[in-house]
Design a protein around this ligand. Structure first.
Ligand code: PMP
Length: 406
């Protein structure tokens, strides 16, 4: 059943505003989503009712917050179908999750001459931490190519896997082209060679149903703020069998079992990887965001966003000189384009004056943008609260810009 978009929109106070006297058309959801009132209220409620540092307290408020934080962890585990809650590590977001994985996995399982395989469509967050590992250890970063449509070349990826490959790190969904990568197949290919896989789910967790056990991925990273939750909270999922054998990332409070000046022993999962005070308030907000997503259903969300993306593509490609960047076989609700002779930044600025928020530039995927030989793209990215009328406004706005700048 189609979700009731007007009723969903009414839960997002920010969407009701005007920008330059025009109704706000917010199409920058790939960068961050807006927050429903239930999430905003959950955050305020912690500060009004029970704020207190977690885990170490003997008092009532600390117990309430600790229980809510751990309940949030269980909600995330259910949401991605993790085998157990302690496979869910709270981080600040996808970037920190991948840095944690790259450091701790690297320290524990990688040595000089080893290789990490990524793809040509990765976000900087899924390139640079691996590059840093390679620099630290004298390892090699191998890059699986994409074809002209923006689909991953699976055969070429397969050819990169060898006895020196320690891990494959791949985006579930490209934040530039919307390409949905066949991660289950990639995992099967890598596992056949005994290689674990990390999935960057920053752009899929808000939009597609995810089952880490069915995918059988070894690690998965995503950010709360892209899935209707507050900023400052993210997740690294990892299989217990890997996490247990990995060295800690940061040292400090919470991650220890016993500290003496001579020697420290480490806490059990998940705390071993959660040094210091976590953003328990944002984690509690993330729980409400998962409830919000659950109240609609990710299948319905994906279908709605897919309809919007299809309509956007149809209307945008009818505009003279407009070229899509990425025409993948399977696409999530992300559409990138360029217009001959007009800089993406100028398109973004002019759309902004019409109240339309899109993102322009390299989208933190410079190697991909270089691959297409362009300066950047204009990107519209959809969320569940976007409407067909907003797609029409985008297309009309882009058409006006194209005519003005001719
Ligand atoms: N990976 C992908 C595919 C992304 O789209 C993003 C955010 N644009 C990130 C990683 C990084 O996410 P964050 O900034 O929330 O850490």
């Amino acid at each position: 059943m189609s979700p009731d978009i007007e009723s969903i929109r009414s839960q997002f106070p920010i969407l009701g505003q005007t920008v330059y006297n025009k109704p706000l058309v917010y199409l920058d959801n790939g960068a961050t989503t807006q927050k429903p009132q239930s999430v905003i209220d959950a955050v305020a409620d912690v500060y009004v009712r029970c704020n207190s540092n977690i885990h170490r307290g003997v008092h009532r408020l600390s117990n309430i917050c600790t229980e809510a934080f751990e309940e949030a962890r269980r909600a995330v585990a259910r949401h991605i179908n993790a085998a157990c809650a302690h496979e869910v590590i709270f981080t600040r977001g996808t970037t920190e999750s991948i840095n944690l994985a790259a450091f701790s996995f690297g320290e524990s399982f990688c040595a000089q001459g080893d290789e990490i395989v990524i793809t040509a469509m990765e976000h900087h967050s899924n390139i640079v931490p691996w590059q840093m590992l390679c620099e630290r250890k004298g390892m090699k970063l191998r890059v699986a190519p994409i074809d002209a449509n923006g689909d991953l070349d699976l055969e070429a990826l397969g050819r990169l896997l060898n006895g020196r490959t320690r891990l494959v790190a791949v985006a579930h969904v490209s934040n530039v082209m919307g390409t949905v990568n066949p991660v289950a197949r990639i995992v099967a290919m890598a596992h056949a060679a005994g290689i674990p896989v990390l999935v960057d789910a920053a752009q899929s967790a808000p939009h597609l149903p995810i089952d880490v056990q069915a995918l059988d991925c070894d690690f998965m990273a995503f950010s709360g703020h892209k899935m209707y939750a507050p900023n400052g909270i993210g997740v690294l999922y990892g299989k217990e069998s890997w996490l247990d054998r990995m060295k800690p990332y940061q040292g400090g409070g919470e991650m220890i079992e016993k500290v003496t000046f001579e020697r420290t022993t480490y806490n059990v999962l998940p705390f071993k990887f959660e040094a210091g005070t976590p953003d328990y308030v944002a984690a509690i907000g993330l729980h409400r965001a998962i409830d919000f997503i659950g109240s609609i259903g990710l299948d319905a969300i994906a279908a709605h966003e897919h309809r919007l993306a299809r309509a956007a593509i149809e209307r945008l490609t009818a505009i003279d000189g407009l070229r899509l960047i990425g025409t993948p076989a399977q696409r999530a609700g992300v559409v990138s384009f360029v217009i001959d002779g007009i800089h993406p930044y100028d398109i973004g600025l002019l759309l902004d004056k019409m109240g339309i928020a899109v993102r322009t530039g390299h989208h933190c995927a410079e190697p991909l943008i270089d691959h297409f030989g362009i300066a950047g793209t204009v990107r519209a990215s959809f969320a569940v609260y976007n409407t067909m009328a907003e797609v029409d406004a985008l297309a009309a706005g882009v058409r006006r810009v194209a005519e003005m700048m001719k």
